[in-house]
Design a protein around this ligand. Structure first.
Ligand code: AHM
Ligand code: MG
Length: 336
């Protein structure tokens, strides 16, 4: 179609969020400014990840450069970029990063009303072989402006205002929800802008894929083991499921969101709370799944209803297509 050959009306992520925030005119500007600083961090990481393979040649990440100075690892560098971008936005008050043991309380003059929990570069063990990695983030609003405490982030996931991730893969894709559905944006490198490419993402009600680290099977609890057994040897005449596991949460969840299916990081005997972190892995992904029509379950409860006690708490997680998560819920219910 000739008219489609060249798009002239570009729905950038900023434009999209400004339209969406029309419902809350008072916070329109602030949220848009916050998001533009997150987007800047994502663009930086996208560009750095693209050059990671050249590290030896041009002296990046983990190498010693010509001056004999140790170069920063990509995850450390990405964290610094995100922290500085978020603080300088003037819109944040508490930051929780996977890379920082303690929460960062922003100095009063630069303080704003948003709390951001993030994993700047998740799956970083995959960098050296060129597998997709990502940034994950969740955004809360502060309760009392004059009294900022850790409790502002130790809230259930149901209190989250917005969540998203950016995947650095064959293309760079940012998936975002502000509580009004899920939208996907792809970075156009020639423009340096994220353009709406996946409007109103809905996850299929049932999928053909399960995604789990089966190497941990000997330590699983009974419901998880039964569930995976059923994926491989269904007793009800349905076809067996395919296994896909990248080992990079953003990539595994992104595929689950688009194709349907279920992603599991269960508890096991060695790690009774699983591996993934509540504030910046489990919550944002659970929020996106629910917003897309799927579910997220911990083995005990709806994942978003967890209340973390410490900022780096972990939780088991089962998330994805609505009906697939119903199946694992039924197995846990029959267990107790
Ligand atoms: P990381 O934060 O140390 O990168 O670990 C998180 C990653 C997730 O991206 C992924 O889902 C999971 O670890 C994979 O773990 P495992 O290697 O145990 O299967
Ligand atoms: Mg991580």
């Amino acid at each position: 179609h000739a008219a489609e050959a060249q798009r002239t009306d570009l729905m950038t992520i900023t434009r999209h969020v400004l339209n969406e925030q029309g419902r809350h005119p008072e916070s329109r500007g602030d949220f848009t400014i916050l998001l533009s600083h997150i987007v800047l961090g994502c663009k930086f990481v996208a560009s750095a990840v693209n050059k990671a393979g050249l590290a030896k040649l041009i002296g990046l990440a983990g190498d010693t450069n010509v001056q004999g100075e140790e170069q920063k690892k990509l995850d450390v560098l990405s964290n610094e970029v995100f922290v500085k971008a978020l603080v300088s936005s003037g819109r944040t008050c508490v930051l929780v990063s996977e890379e920082n043991e303690e929460a960062i309380i922003v100095d009063a003059p630069l303080r704003g009303k948003y709390c951001v929990c993030f994993d700047p570069l998740d799956g970083s063990s995959n960098i050296d072989c060129g597998v997709s990695i990502g940034t994950i983030f969740g955004i809360y609003m502060i309760k009392d402006k004059d009294n900022v405490t850790l409790d502002d982030v130790l809230q259930p996931g149901t209190d989250m205002l917005a969540a998203g991730y950016c995947m650095y893969g064959s293309s760079c894709t940012l998936v975002l929800s502000t509580g009004n559905g899920v939208n996907g944006f792809t970075l156009d490198p020639s423009l340096g802008e994220f353009i709406l490419t996946h409007p109103n993402i809905k996850i299929p009600n049932r999928g053909k894929i399960y995604s789990v680290n089966e190497g941990n099977a000997k330590n699983w609890d009974a419901p998880t083991a039964k569930f995976v057994e059923k994926c491989k040897f269904p007793q009800d005449g349905s076809p067996s499921k395919s296994l896909r596991y990248i080992g990079s949460m953003v990539a595994d969840v992104h595929r689950t969101l688009l194709y349907g299916g279920i992603f599991l990081y269960p508890a096991d005997q060695k790690s009774p709370n699983g591996k993934l972190r509540v504030l910046y892995e489990v919550f944002p992904m659970s929020f996106l799944m629910e917003q897309a029509g799927g579910q997220a379950f911990t083995g005990k409860q709806r994942a978003l209803e967890l209340v973390p006690r410490k900022i780096h708490d972990r939780s088991p997680i089962f998330l994805g297509s609505y009906d697939d998560v119903e199946d694992i819920k039924a197995l846990y219910a029959s267990e107790s």
